[in-house]
Design a protein around this ligand. Structure first.
Ligand SMILES: [Zn+2]
Ligand SMILES: [Zn+2]
Length: 199
């Protein structure tokens, strides 16, 4: 009978060199890029990631929260979850923060919104309508830079400030808006999804 269980372990098995290992992995599928937004592929019981914008939102109020364990912890203590300070809250906050482990902490939400708006302005950023947000509404977008807005007066102000008062270069579009801290934070273009309800 063997003595200590480690005695049964021989020398460590040789692993293939890293380049060989890489070749063994399945190739990336590039032929059919996903066209639909996946529904909450990453989540905790309290928060989830909205992939197109790489933001964390609360599963209760659906508002964007800053990518920061402190901000997430504050939200957990608020009306959505009413969690008292303590180890359970700390753990939940760290788990939610880890949903976007590779992202930097959000320290400046005005700058952060600028980055999100730049992403929302991209021509490929017309998302299938998002079921868990307020329904799509008619809005406007700038033909010169792609920025979407809910409100025509706000878009007019954008044209005035950014495009020298250009008047006619706008179009209409469906939009949805993510809120944060109780106010509209990020508006983006969407298209209707036919036959939704089947999943
Ligand atoms: Zn909430
Ligand atoms: Zn513009």
């Amino acid at each position: 009978m063997p003595g200590h269980p480690f005695e049964e372990m021989g020398p460590p098995a040789r692993r293939p060199a890293s380049h060989v290992h890489r070749q063994l992995q399945r190739p990336l599928q590039r032929e059919n890029p996903p066209t639909r937004v996946q529904k909450r592929p990453k989540e905790t019981p309290y928060f989830a990631v909205f992939e197109p914008f790489e933001i964390i939102y609360c599963q209760s109020c659906k508002e964007l929260v800053p990518t920061s364990s402190i901000a997430i912890g504050i939200h957990l203590q608020g009306p959505c979850y009413g969690m008292p300070p303590g180890p359970k809250l700390d753990k939940a906050a760290l788990q939610a923060r880890a949903l976007l482990a590779a992202a930097e902490d959000d320290r400046n939400m005005i700058r952060r919104r600028g980055e999100l708006y730049a992403r929302a302005a991209r021509a490929d950023m017309i998302l299938p309508e998002v079921a868990w947000l307020r329904p799509p509404a008619s809005g406007y977008f700038c033909l010169l830079c792609g920025q979407p807005r809910r409100n025509r007066a706000v878009l007019r102000e954008h044209m005035r400030r950014v495009h020298d008062g250009e008047k006619d270069m706008w179009g209409t579009t469906l939009v949805q808006t993510l809120r944060s801290a109780g106010v509209d934070f990020l508006t983006f273009r969407v298209r209707r999804v036919r036959g939704r309800g089947g999943g």
